[in-house]
Design a protein around this ligand. Sequence first.
Ligand SMILES: Cc1cc2nc3c(=O)[nH]c(=O)nc-3n(C[C@H](O)[C@H](O)[C@H](O)COP(=O)(O)O)c2cc1C
Length: 297
Amino acid sequence: MDLLQAIEIRVSDRTFTGMRLDAKLRFRLMDTLTLNGPFGTCPRTVLLDAAGLAVPDDAKAAAGESKGARIGTYGIVKSPAAYLAAMVRGRENDRLLFDLGYVVEGLVLEATGLGLGTCWLGGTFDKGKAAAAAGVGDGEALRALIAIGKPARTRGLLDRFIRNAAGSADRLPAEEIARARERDAVAAGLLHEPAVARMIEAVRRAPSASNRQPWRLVLARDEGGAILIDLYLARNDRYERLAGYGIQAVDGGIAARHVEVAANELGFLPERRFQAMEGTADPQGCGFIIGWRLFRR
Ligand SMILES: Cc1cc2nc3c(=O)[nH]c(=O)nc-3n(C[C@H](O)[C@H](O)[C@H](O)COP(=O)(O)O)c2cc1C
């Protein structure tokens, strides 16, 4: 299975069989975390076993000291094999959170391709215990846990409840997520090109906090004929205040990973283009973050 297929089949799993990860699987997963995000940073990550102990062969974990606390998820996650804890270091900002989303989604997609189930957790876990387990140090903030394991055949009660409450099976229509650049007749046709439609669908399938789907894409073509994609986020201040951090910047990084994976698998070379992130508003009122120029390989 390639990573675009993984995007297309992934759903969040919170009910697992209790199966452990063997060393080979752990290596495959942890190997995905060596890459930096688009803003040049990489979160610190620690792989914790189900008892909340850092897995001994995880070299990155050595930076902190695990106190081995049992991870609490209020009964939402059942019998996972492991959790990946992801921390931002230094003065927190949207770029660090965006990169965290981008980097860690690489592990989520790899896990999916290996037949494992995953669930991003940004809110519903005991922060104190998880921080102790991950050995969170000064100047660090634990921002996400990824539950990982072999998915059970049937979902637990709370898993089903959360899926229903978040409307996880639903997505906004593609037309609400992606549009052509305004007054650009050439760009209008782009949305219906099969490769472009599949890329939009890859973003649409992305996991997002409470399934709020804040990502927006604007498409155009440059003079040389290359496809241009800009990613914006329609963020909700109230929701993010409740979450206590810029959780939708994490959603943005996840979407960026999906754009690049899809572009690569569809035979494009995605060249990144950056614009001001904070404070800048596009006509729809979303801050512009990052874009790509896609060249045919
Ligand atoms: C950044 C982020 C944080 C999330 N936090 C939680 C969480 O705290 N608890 C939970 O049960 N699911 C959480 N989710 C999973 C979403 O609810 C899920 O991705 C969304 O409902 C879409 O469903 P799907 O992943 O099955 O496609 C989170 C997802 C993301 C991307």
